[in-house]
Write a protein that binds this ligand. Structure first.
Ligand code: NAG
Ligand code: NAG
Length: 271
């Protein structure tokens, strides 16, 4: 969520959300965030079948990385299917060095991050690999990244609108990381730029379909993690073609390609 245009595109939709209205005035950035006021707490079971595996399910995923770059410019049903993704443990191993490098002394034990992602994935049923890929897209592996310099309110390791940044996300490393992941998944009801807060990735992917995807040209993306990534970064998924929308036109390509083993060009391995 790097773009100030997000405010403009999402505001009219958010204003139409009646279930958000009561929470807006009472929430503050330091209070525990409301994760259930009209938002789903767990990914819809029907969507889980296609797009979720337990992080510790031994049979889930490929073990050899592909360098295939996924092109999101075609219409319709989207690849890569979940069975073509790397296993969670392989994907983690592939990216752990760049995460350590980017986070420096803020992440003295990278297992705390691995455990936090697994923990929140298991609770929300948003696949751990999607969480990791979104983090790499948003923060290039730096858990302690601050707020977006342009808008000042997209903060933390997922650059979430109204989200907490590392420094004020909790007392311990475990708390900070869990809280930033939760901010991204469940969204918030804090008025930053939009009167009624910002939906999280889980809300976009699973909940409130009738609101976020009611335009018939967008319905194809309802329940789809790649359409949700486009929406997450730009505040909309305006087209079948996921290169179209606010922000980086390669955003979804990076997000998807990493799932099958692609390494970021901006963070090459230097072992
Ligand atoms: C996976 O981890 C969860 C949470 O720690 C646990 O409840 C579950 O039993 C584990 N499953 C397997 C197959 O180990
Ligand atoms: C799991 O998440 C809960 C909050 O959702 C948090 O209190 C706990 O510390 C987390 N555990 C780990 C191992 O990250």
């Amino acid at each position: 969520m790097h773009y100030t245009t997000y405010f403009l595109t999402l505001a009219p939709l958010a204003l139409a959300l009646p279930q958000n209205a009561p929470a807006t005035q009472t929430q503050t950035a330091s209070a525990p965030w409301n994760t259930d006021a009209g938002f789903n707490a767990v990914l819809d079971p029907a969507i889980q079948k296609d797009w979720y595996r337990d992080f510790n399910a031994t049979s889930a995923g490929q073990t050899s990385p592909s360098t295939q770059l996924i092109n999101p410019s075609h219409n319709g049903v989207w690849n890569p299917a979940i069975n073509n993704w790397l296993t969670w443990s392989n994907m983690w191993e592939l990216h752990e060095p760049e995460i350590k490098r980017a986070s420096k002394d803020k992440l003295p034990d990278s297992n705390v991050l691995k455990n936090a992602i697994e923990n929140q994935s298991f609770k929300s049923k948003v696949d751990a690999r999607l969480i990791l890929s979104l983090f790499l897209n948003e923060a290039a592996g730096n858990v302690a990244i601050g707020c977006n310099k342009l808008n000042g309110v997209a903060c933390g390791m997922f650059q979430m609108m109204g989200g907490r940044k590392f420094d004020n996300a909790g007392a311990t490393l475990e708390e900070k990381l869990n809280n930033m992941i939760r901010d991204m998944l469940y969204g918030n009801h804090i008025a930053v730029g939009q009167a009624n807060g910002t939906p999280g990735y889980l809300d976009i992917m699973s909940g409130n379909k009738q609101i976020f995807w009611k335009n018939p040209t967008k319905q194809i993306w309802s329940g789809n993690p790649f359409g949700a990534a486009r929406f997450y970064t730009g505040g909309d998924a305006p087209n079948y073609d996921l290169t179209v929308g606010n922000g980086d036109k390669n955003y979804v390509s990076k997000f998807a390609s990493r799932l099958v083993g692609w390494q970021d060009p901006w963070a090459p391995e230097v072992n």
